[in-house]
Every structure is written in C-alpha cells, then in structure tokens.
Design a protein around this ligand. Structure first.
Ligand SMILES: O=P([O-])([O-])O[C@@H]1[C@@H](O)[C@H](O)[C@@H](O)[C@H](O)[C@@H]1O
Ligand SMILES: [Mg+2]
Length: 254
C-alpha cells in the first residue's frame, strides 16, 4: 500500500531547514543592527514571519481545507487549538526565542504532523547547530540521517536531567520550580541542564545526551515533534498522570 505521508515528511524536513535559514539570517541582521533590548520586539516579528512562511509553504504543497494547522503564534493571535481527525500540522516556528535574542546557540524549528489524533512524524531543526532531528511513527529516529537512541543509563545517580524555568518570574512559580530542581539535585543526580528550548531538550534525550527532561507548564506545540523523536528513539513521553501524551482530542493550552 502506498505510504500516504512520506512526501509530507520529506517536505516538512525541507520546510524546517528553510525556516532555520531565515532565522539564522534574521538573527544576524536583527542582533547586528539592534541593541538586544529592542531586538526582542523584532524577534517576535521573526517568530510570526517564520510561522507564516512555514504554514504558507505547507498550504501551497498540500492544498487548503484538507489540512489543519496549530501554530504557536497563530494560537497566540486567537486561532483555535483543537486536534481533530484531520491531517494536522503542529508548529513552533522559533523554539528558544529568548536564546535567539541573545545569540545563545540553541534555537529550534519544530514541526509535527498528526492524523486521526495520532502523531505520524516529528521534525526538529536545531538551526544554529545545524542538527536535523526527525522521526516517523514506527520507523526510528535520526539526527542528520544518523540513527539515534536514548541513553542506556538506568541509574538516576548517574543521570543528567534537563529542565527549564520558563518565563514566569512570580515568586510562587520561581519558588516552585527551584524547590523541584533542589529535590532533583539532592537525589543526587550527576547534573541538571537546560538548553532553553523544549524541542531541543527532547532531542537531547532522544540522542542519549541526557536521561530525562521535564518542564512545568509546557505547551502541546513545544513537545509534539519531540514526542515522536523521543518515542522512536526508545524513550517515553508522559504527562503528569503518567499517561502517554497526545491521546486527547483537545490540545490543552496550559
Ligand atoms: O524562549 P521562548 O521560545 O520564548 O520560550 C521557550 C519555550 O518555547 C520552551 O518550550 C521552553 O523550554 C524554554 O524554556 C523557553 O521558555
Ligand atoms: Mg518561542
């Protein structure tokens, strides 16, 4: 039987790579000409511009009406975020926007694709590292076309755990996050790390560079592509109830 989604998968890789080039060029232009403080506004425009480029390319290739789109920036502008049985693209144009402003070298384009509420494939392009992570359901996970596998370390004391503190600076959230991180450090673990982008963090777990990643208050679009890559690399993606994520028919906006 013909594989209905191979061309979509291949095209998603091309679109992610092209979007990564736009981000790299924007980074050079905007950081070069602006002080970092006002680059933040320009960067938001980059996020929106890159998402429009990605969705525009996908619509051009796969026709209007048959496919649905859930984009971080579109949802922020009020678009609905409902997962139906229709072929649905789940997009983060710039994961690690804060990193991008500062030239901190972890910025990722994340593109996932779901059909009948099941994730078919995920593509994460870490564009400043030029690392293309990808995975199709049942067909393994890859980084720059080399197979990747999760770590075989099963001793928490010998593990690197990845987490992020997010963007909320309220005393409640900061206290909660750092008390959690303190508990983890005191297990003890070998180390606590964070790249500043959830998609990249998940790919670091998928490639065995870290044993686990968790983040409080993450969005469905941040993890959709990484979920396929982690799962195909032999890992697990769980929600706080210990259930494999992305079974629900409503993408929760946390
Ligand atoms: O930097 P930014 O893209 O605005 O926001 C990022 C999120 O998109 C990412 O999921 C999270 O892991 C990072 O800690 C950071 O909060
Ligand atoms: Mg972002």
């Amino acid at each position: 039987m013909a594989d209905p989604w191979q061309n979509a998968y291949d095209f998603a890789v091309q679109v992610a790579r092209a979007a990564g080039a736009v981000i790299r060029n924007a980074g050079e232009d905007e950081i070069k000409v602006q002080t970092k403080s006002c680059a933040v506004d320009l960067v938001t425009q980059t996020d929106e511009r890159v998402e429009k480029i990605i969705i525009g390319s996908l619509k051009e290739q796969f026709g209007n009406g048959t496919h649905c789109f859930i984009g971080e920036e579109s949802v922020a502008e009020g678009e609905p975020c409902i997962l139906t049985d229709k072929p649905t693209w789940i997009i983060v144009p710039v994961d690690g926007t804060t990193n991008f402003v500062h030239g901190f070298p972890f910025v990722a384009v994340s593109i996932a694709f779901a059909v009948n509420k099941e994730l078919e494939f995920g593509v994460v392009y870490s564009c400043l590292e030029d690392k293309m992570y990808k995975a199709r359901k049942g067909k393994g996970a890859f980084c720059n076309d080399e197979p990747i596998k999760v770590s075989d370390v099963n001793d928490i004391n010998k593990s690197i755990i990845i987490s992020e503190h997010g963007t909320d600076r309220s005393i409640e959230k900061v206290t909660k996050i750092f008390s959690t991180m303190q508990k983890i450090l005191r297990i003890p673990v070998h180390g606590l790390r964070g790249s500043g982008t959830a998609a990249t963090n998940m790919c670091l777990v998928a490639s065995g560079a870290s044993e686990a990643f968790f983040e409080i208050g993450i969005h469905c679009w941040d993890v959709a592509a990484g979920a396929v890559i982690v799962k195909e690399a032999g890992g697990l993606v769980l929600d706080v109830d210990g259930v494999y994520a992305f079974k629900s028919d409503h993408m929760n906006i946390k």
